[in-house]
Design a protein around this ligand. Structure first.
Ligand code: Z5A
Ligand code: MG
Length: 212
């Protein structure tokens, strides 16, 4: 019966270029939702703690070299190894805030020149986010924030290509947040969007799969 439907958690994804403020805003969103009494966890991809994640971390810090296809599949495997736990958490009522997800996977590898459909293929069947918030900032503005380090991909020219692929991937359901504003402004906008989604999921919005 309808009354036995368990309220589930929402899958909230933050995407955006390097230095767009994802990790900053994910942390703020976690305290906001927790403060309202919603069971919430903060996840991130890559999850560098798993054995696959350690390979990814070595690659990103230039300690290892891998073929572009190989690293793409490792990023995807890193999401697949967390998929069943993700589903369990959501179904038992925990909202997940996820710092980067499949869209990063497809945008970054496509920006290197891999075929976009090939890049999407291993992502098919992962859980689809209930909401994607895109923190929108130009690569030049993002670079001014400093902290560009020695990791792979941290170059303005490459970030421009990534931005183009994010543009290709986005659909009308994405919430585009102006990430160039003050942190508090960005924070408020994200809160509005996310609260609505959390409510929808509590009312029984079904989970769906990528890429549908
Ligand atoms: N990657 C991939 O290729 N395939 C995949 O499947 C996945 C990822 C999942 C590592 O990701 C790399 O892996 C990444 C994509 C690729 N490569 N790049 N680029 P990561 O998530 O571990 O690292 P990161 O995301 O490099 O970017 P970041 O440094 O974490 O950026 P961020 O989280 O968006 O920004 P932040 O740390 O919150 O903020 C950056 C700075 O700006 C910091 O000093 C803040 O205090 C400041 N800031 C934040 N907001 C503001 C505002 N509003 N105003 C002014 N200053 C601000
Ligand atoms: Mg980050």
């Amino acid at each position: 019966t309808e009354s036995s439907v368990k309220p589930r958690g929402a899958l909230i994804v933050l995407e955006g270029l390097d230095r767009s403020g994802k990790s900053t805003q994910c942390a703020k969103l976690l305290s906001f939702l927790e403060g309202l009494g919603h069971p919430t966890e903060l996840w991130r991809f890559p999850d560098r703690e798993t054995s696959v994640g350690k390979m990814i971390s070595a690659y990103l810090s230039n300690k290892s070299q891998l073929d572009d296809h190989t690293i793409h599949l490792l990023f995807s495997a890193n999401r697949w190894e967390k998929r069943s736990l993700m589903e369990e958490k959501l179904k038992t009522g925990t909202t997940l805030i996820v710092d980067r997800y499949s869209y990063s996977g497809v945008a970054f590898s496509s920006a290197k020149g891999l075929d976009i459909d090939w890049c999407k293929a291993p992502e098919i069947g992962l859980l689809a986010p209930d909401s994607v918030l895109y923190l929108d900032i130009s690569p030049e503005r993002a670079a001014e924030r400093g902290g560009y380090g020695d990791e792979r991909y941290e170059r303005v020219e490459f970030q421009k290509k990534v931005a183009d692929f994010y543009q290709t991937l986005r659909d009308s359901s994405w919430k585009i947040i102006n990430a160039g504003e003050a942190m508090e402004e960005v924070e408020k906008k994200i809160q509005e969007v996310v609260l609505d989604k959390v409510k929808e999921c509590t009312k029984g919005k079904p989970l769906s799969l990528l890429w549908s």
